[in-house]
Design a protein around this ligand. Structure first.
Ligand SMILES: C[S@@+](CC[C@H](N)C(=O)[O-])C[C@H]1O[C@@H](n2cnc3c(N)ncnc32)[C@H](O)[C@@H]1O
Length: 311
């Protein structure tokens, strides 16, 4: 796939560059390089005078990033999951780390990847197609409670229980195999009058939740963010862009715990758990996209940038 086939407009770009406090000669990690938009801006801002590690769990995204950043030296591309950063990157220490979470516009626009509820395609949704369960396999094998819980926890879906029941009923007739099978399961679960009033597509939350479950996006996040902060040099910053409230809550919770990891009961007169803060949370964050950016790139509407700084 060529670099030009990968269309994705980087969100909160100037705010992210500012938050990273870039400096010449620094070493940076883009843990979700995608099409390389943010990475290219980092390299450009520093005239290539830096080290950059570019990670993505999607091999196709990495191919696109490689093509887009081919003019720059000093970029190390790694196919992997940033949840495994200590194993992937060993002893490397960074001056700044960026995570731009979730899927890219290119994922959503590539019908055959199965992320879109607008196009009929195999129900895949894996970011890394080299392994793991597809969305179809996940939905055809999990029990009703697990599916309902995922819909509720990962997308605040208020119709979670009914949608889960509908999925189970549908798969008893025939296993789900396409994106439209899942759209139909949602349609059957939500009364027509309600569906008409829902803002956006009625299957939006279900697709979000299934994608998060299939790619295990939230569970390991807190641990991963802590690992990444510990890979920063003192004063280095971890910048995280999230796209929905479930993700943002998880990031916020992890950051607050880094600033105050003490688990002593409130009644304890002094701290006895001995857990020391590993980060401060610089003032002025989270930031959201301004109106001008939202007009040009509507996907930026829900984006939030949070920052933690290594002590
Ligand atoms: C929103 S896009 C990043 C776009 C990029 N910042 C740009 O400007 O082109 C998110 C990318 O992160 C990748 N990704 C998501 N979760 C990941 C994870 N846990 N580890 C590695 N890559 C991940 C996705 O495959 C996708 O390519």
């Amino acid at each position: 796939m060529s670099g030009t086939g990968f269309h994705h407009v980087p969100v909160l770009l100037s705010q992210t560059l500012e938050a990273l406090q870039l400096r010449e000669g620094g070493v940076y990690l883009d843990g979700t390089v995608g099409g390389g938009g943010h990475s290219k801006a980092i390299l450009t801002a520093l005239s290539g005078n830096c080290g950059l590690y570019a990670v993505d769990r999607d091999g196709d995204a990495l191919t696109a990033a490689r093509a887009r950043l081919s003019a720059w030296e000093g970029v190390t591309f790694i196919h992997g999951n940033f949840h495994d950063a200590p194993q992937l990157l060993g002893d490397v220490r960074f001056d700044g780390i960026l995570l731009d979470l979730g899927v890219s516009s290119w994922h959503l626009d590539s019908a055959e990847r199965g992320f879109s509820y607008h196009e009929d395609a195999p129900l895949d949704m894996r970011m890394d197609r080299s392994g793991g369960l597809t969305a179809a396999q996940w939905l055809n094998t999990r029990d009703e409670h697990t599916i309902a819980q995922a819909l509720y926890e990962y997308a605040d879906e208020r119709w979670a229980a009914r949608i889960a029941k509908s999925i189970i009923q549908m798969r008893e007739e025939k296993p789900l195999s396409t994106t439209m099978d899942l759209v139909r399961a949602v349609d059957r679960a939500i009364p027509k009058a309600v569906r008409r009033k829902i803002e956006g597509h009625p299957a939006r939350r279900t697709f979000q939740a299934v994608r998060i479950a299939v790619n295990d996006e939230i569970g390991p996040l807190q641990r991963a963010l802590e690992d990444l902060v510990l890979m920063l040099r003192p004063g280095g910053r971890l910048c995280v862009i999230s796209f929905h409230s479930v993700e943002d809550r998880a990031v916020k919770r992890a950051f607050v715990r880094m600033r105050n990891p003490c688990v002593c009961p409130p009644s304890a007169p002094v701290c006895i758990c001995g857990r020391e803060p590993i980060a401060t949370l610089p003032k002025g964050y989270p930031v959201a996209a301004d109106e001008a950016e939202v007009i040009v790139n509507p996907r930026s509407r829900s984006a939030r940038l949070r920052v933690a700084q290594r002590i």
